[in-house]
Design a protein around this ligand. Sequence first.
Ligand SMILES: COc1cccc(Nc2ncc(-c3ccc(C(=O)NCC(=O)Nc4ccccc4)cc3)c(OCC3CCNCC3)n2)c1
Length: 335
Amino acid sequence: EEYSEVARHYRIKETVGSGGFAKVKRAVHLPTGEIVAIKIMDKAALGSDLPRVKTEIEAMKNLHHHHICRLYQVIETSRKIFMILEYCSGGELFDYIVQRDRLSEGESRTFFRQIVSAVAYMHNLGYAHRDLKPENLLIDDEQNLKLIDFGLCAKPKGGMSDHLYTCCGSPAYAAPELIAGKSYMGSEADLWSMGVLLYALLNGFLPFDDDNIGMLYRKIKAGKYDTPDWLSPDSLILLKQLLQVDPKRRITVDKLLNHSWITNDIGVPVEWHSKHQMSVLDEDVVTEMSVHRKVSRETMKAELEKWNYDYLTAAYFLLLKKKTSGRPVRLQILY
Ligand SMILES: COc1cccc(Nc2ncc(-c3ccc(C(=O)NCC(=O)Nc4ccccc4)cc3)c(OCC3CCNCC3)n2)c1
């Protein structure tokens, strides 16, 4: 009975991953036929972390970006919370790198530009991610990266100014100031993690690694890492600017947007503004939905503009995704 509401609009398939409090399953959105990811959380198991899930859901309602995984719908029952999310058919960037040993500088640049775009967007909206790592970067069916936050690291509403104390994220990607237990700025810690990410893209292994957590922390605080001979001088310069132990000397994401390594052979700075227009509803999608629901366009527009993240919001976003992917903007008759 907990799944009855979800089962009305979705056919649930296999599990694609599970972490702490959540299990993620692949599913089909029946009215459009589109594939989605459903993150299932048990409220009892969440316990005192339940407010962080609510914070994350509110954050996702504000984060609309082509390189951030999209939230389509939220279903809450007495015991569970279901987040209907964008499905990325290419899986984790982590597996992509492992399969290829390491990426070329060109491919690393393509991916890193997308990460810079997503992080610049978040930082400019006052959010820090705090758990940037290849497991939280997924690849969609057009080889684009989508940033997710699987570990339930809620974002501070206070934005970048307030210093964060709760430790979060995975040690190998964590900034020195974060593991030193000092107060730290989320945005600065994110830039360090981006340095670890870029190093992993270019080398296929981590800059700081050790099975012993104490040794790992010592290596991170020392900030010394190997520089294999395949790294170009420009790559070494950028890595040095990101993996600065002193957060005040570390490069900021705004400086990254037109950094010479980032623009190298393209000459164009990274565009971080969102391509998603939330204020203007797509006319074709509104038409299909109003006809399908047998209501006037005005009524349908008024309903959609509430952004309830209910089955109407999901149908809207998934029809829009079909349209931008060149598939017919059609809702199937369910009954
Ligand atoms: C093809 O084989 C494969 C193989 C593997 C995966 C896939 N696809 C596939 N698509 C979609 C997902 C997904 C999307 C979003 C969220 C989420 O939790 N969003 C919340 C969120 O993003 N907040 C947020 C974002 C930015 C800022 C602030 C808050 C959770 C899961 C997925 O998960 C699988 C897990 C497995 C463990 N490592 C992480 C991914 N997997 C496909």
